[in-house]
Write a protein that binds this ligand. Sequence first.
Ligand code: NDP
Ligand code: BG6
Length: 599
Amino acid sequence: MAVSFPKCPSSPLPPLQTRNRAWSSPPLQVGDSSKWALLEATKRCHLCVSATNGGSAVAPVEPSKKVQDSGTKTTPTDHSTKVENGIRPTVFSSNEFQDLKTGPDNSGRESTVSITVVGASGDLAKKKIFPALFALYYEGFLPKHFTIFGYARSKMTDSELREMVSRTLNCRIDQRENCDAKMEEFLKRCFYHSGQYDSEAHFIELDKKLKHHEGSRISNRLYYLSIPPNIFLDVVKCTSLAASSENGWTRVIVEKPFGRDAESSASLTRGLKQYLHEDQIFRIDHYLGKELVENLSVLRFSNLVFEPLWSRQYIRNVQIIFSEDFGTEGRGGYFDSYGIIRDIMQNHLLQIVALFAMETPTSLEAEDIRNEKVKVLRSMKTLEIDDVVIGQYKSHTRGGVVYPGYTDDKTVPNDSLTPTFAAAALFINNARWDGVPFLMKAGKALHTKRAEIRVQFRHVPGNLYKKCFGTDLDRATNELVIRVQPDEAIYLKINNKIPGLGMRLDRSNLNLHYAARYSKEIPCAYERLLLDAIEGERRLFIRSDELDAAWALFTPLLKDLEEKRIAPELYPYGSRGPVGAHYLAAKYNVRWGDLGAEH
Ligand code: NDP
Ligand code: BG6
């Protein structure tokens, strides 16, 4: 079958982007755009890390738990480094750098990375994973030797997979020069294997194909589980027993949802750990890969003006707001057994709270950051039903167009009580945040698509200009807004004198608008996270104790809502959501920041 390539308008090729990540790599020289320079920089940084660990010997390579020729499984050995005072020092394997470089190791052998997308026929694989892999390839971030495999039950040939990938290319790269030529090169590295998810025999076939491509090189294997959660364990078992690397690393990216509650999540983790070590499991929360979420810590810890204000003393409340202007279209079947609290709040929004509120980590190492995040989660007050409002969108007609209600979806039961909207007030019971409401709001089929963090500061004590603000002092307080998407921006609302002879004040924005400030496109979150997984960087992935703490917060509430069959408040498709959300905020003297004039 002929492969058709997407049309790429000709435009001058911008300079190849370097991956200058403040958290893990020392800055590259301006203009030094080579990926090898980048990898060397990464290596230097990690070597420094090793030195700070007392120059200890490198950690062993992740174990392979593959069935041996004898047919017996090797017992997974705990090769994790010693945990002292809850802090696990990170020691990097020299092989990891070797793997990335894919040049010869000490024995003269090169290495290769095989990326297998399990569930390759699915929505996520088409929409996000393949485009992200292509973007990484285009930008020169994939190692020299790599192969991509799609695995699913659907029957497909290699060329059909290639056609699917080329057809669904919707990443930022499709506007670039040479896109079709690069795409052609990329597709040559893509293959497909059809098989059942619970068949070791089918994974043995996959293993043979992978070996064929890996040749005599050191093999490193990354599996991306882009499949429904009920088959995670089958796949992990089969990959581990039949298709893990024998001489390099094997890592598994697991998509959410990680369970439905504390018990199912713990049982999933136990199941995964039968076959994998924690450091082989990369639990993805793609919000952590978003540019402005990653920037949160930079903003706070590397600017003197923010960190001193980052506490109950100066901050009145923090709001984390997620909205989508479309419904569950096409995903109603999945969504109905999860709902918005599990789909968005318990993971994406809670992760933002943890990053926002954590204490200064000892270092930028993954374990140090995750240790601080987990402390925040453990200090939070368990959510109660009185601090939550739920809603569900109903059909609405506007301009002659009928927008369907949630239960109009054929895959959703007519009497479904699953919330498509929720607002919640959370509290962190520690010295820094005691009494400060962290308000979350997440909804589908609302009036706009947006994700933002809003920080509302306290009043200026004894404000000299009080008279200029009228009675509503709240309107005159500073607000810092971090707009995660779309149109990324960070702006601070300040009071300012309107130029002229009188003394009139207004509210203006000190505005860092990314599109105006930076000419570089912002990579998609999946690009960053895939690259991190290939590099073995765990900072942006969820550790199992973080997951446990997150579920501990939400599970009692979720059980309560379900057992009491609490009916969600209906709101029209395309509206601003249920009125109950305003009452919830008002209970804590808060006004939602996204309802101001700017919106
Ligand atoms: P899909 O429902 O499209 O499933 C992916 C593939 O898995 C399908 O193409 C199908 O492949 C196989 N599959 C589907 N249902 C079953 C089943 N009941 N039993 C066995 N195999 C099945 O999922 P998505 O691609 O939407 O999502 C994949 C994962 O990513 C899920 O865990 C989802 O929750 C998560 N996710 C998805 C997002 C999205 O935007 N789609 C966003 C964030 C997370 P085949 O029949 O060919 O084997
Ligand atoms: C996913 C949710 O995790 O995130 C979806 O399952 C949601 O329901 C999506 O639409 C939103 O991601 P983004 O990156 O488009 O904001």
